[in-house]
Design a protein around this ligand. Structure first.
Ligand SMILES: [Fe+2]
Length: 278
């Protein structure tokens, strides 16, 4: 018997999940929630004024263009350096967001936070996330009954992604630190409102050829990006919709060094040399 199971260290073709795009109707409120309450950082390099807000969370981002609120059908995982400090920030922000859906509930291993428009964000401390100290390690989508197998097959076939398949869910592996889980939700499916995710691929053209053959490409954005929306079974019938912004590793924004402030620095406790998270 081999000493090591080398297959456990494999990664598939999806290198990273970089951002989640959710429209927000109110930029000031979005800043209050993502920056003041969650302690994340407004991208200081790429700034869109009142039209859009990019929020850095480790090596990932939330993109928040102005528009009718979009709500991800499921849960976003967020790792923060210190859960206790997060709870203090959430407490301090309660009043400012009291007229919204903003809410949070601490559990033994995490804090479940609801954004002003109903997005659910499960916040964890860094233990159990393979060295991620701040970032978005996973998304869990609620999907229709009997869609686990076709979704799992789709990501294996098109993206050569390792997928852990269970009875009513499947977990798509992304790079070494991230996953997307599709869970049969046993509740009414919400109408898809157009929120999207961005992924980076090592083999950029292979999936494109397959998606094109299936008639699934919705946008040929530029040399390093295309989009698709339907996840289909092997007969070509859609089982779930989520727009993927698919990028090559040559995309100019790939691997940007994102600035992440240390939100625990305040006017009252300021210490030199502790302004940023690595
Ligand atoms: Fe995007």
């Amino acid at each position: 018997m081999d000493r090591f199971d080398r297959t456990t260290a494999n990664v598939g073709n999806i290198m990273s999940l970089e951002h989640i795009n959710l429209k927000v109707p109110d930029q000031d409120m979005a800043i209050t929630f993502y920056s003041r309450a969650l302690g994340l950082t407004r991208d200081p390099i790429i700034d869109f004024g009142k039209h859009n807000l990019w929020i850095n969370a480790g090596d990932q981002q939330f993109h928040l263009p102005t528009g009718p609120a979009q709500v991800l059908r499921g849960v976003i995982g967020l790792v923060v350096p210190d859960l206790e400090k997060l709870q203090q920030r959430l407490d301090r922000t309660k009043k400012a967001l009291s007229a919204t859906q903003f809410n949070f509930k601490p559990y033994s291993s995490h804090i479940m936070v609801t954004c002003p428009w109903g997005n659910r964000i499960r916040c964890h401390s860094p233990e159990n996330f393979n060295g991620m100290n701040l970032g978005i390690p996973y998304i869990e989508f609620d999907v229709p009954d009997a869609s686990t197998k076709p979704i799992s097959d789709f990501y294996s076939r098109v993206f050569n992604a390792p997928v852990i398949e269970r009875k009513t869910s499947c977990c798509v592996q992304i790079g070494t630190l991230q996953t997307i889980t599709f869970k049969e939700a046993r509740r009414e499916q919400k109408t898809y409102d157009g929120h999207h995710i961005a992924i980076y691929l090592a083999d950029f053209s292979g999936p494109h050829a397959q998606l094109k053959k299936m008639g699934l490409i919705t946008e040929e954005s530029d040399a390093n990006q295309y989009r698709f929306e339907d996840i289909c079974n092997n007969r070509g019938n859609p089982v779930f919709q989520i727009e993927h912004e698919v990028r090559s590793l040559h995309h100019p924004l790939h691997g940007r060094n994102l600035v992440n402030r240390n939100a625990d620095q305040t006017f009252f406790n300021y210490r030199k040399g502790y302004d940023f998270h690595d």
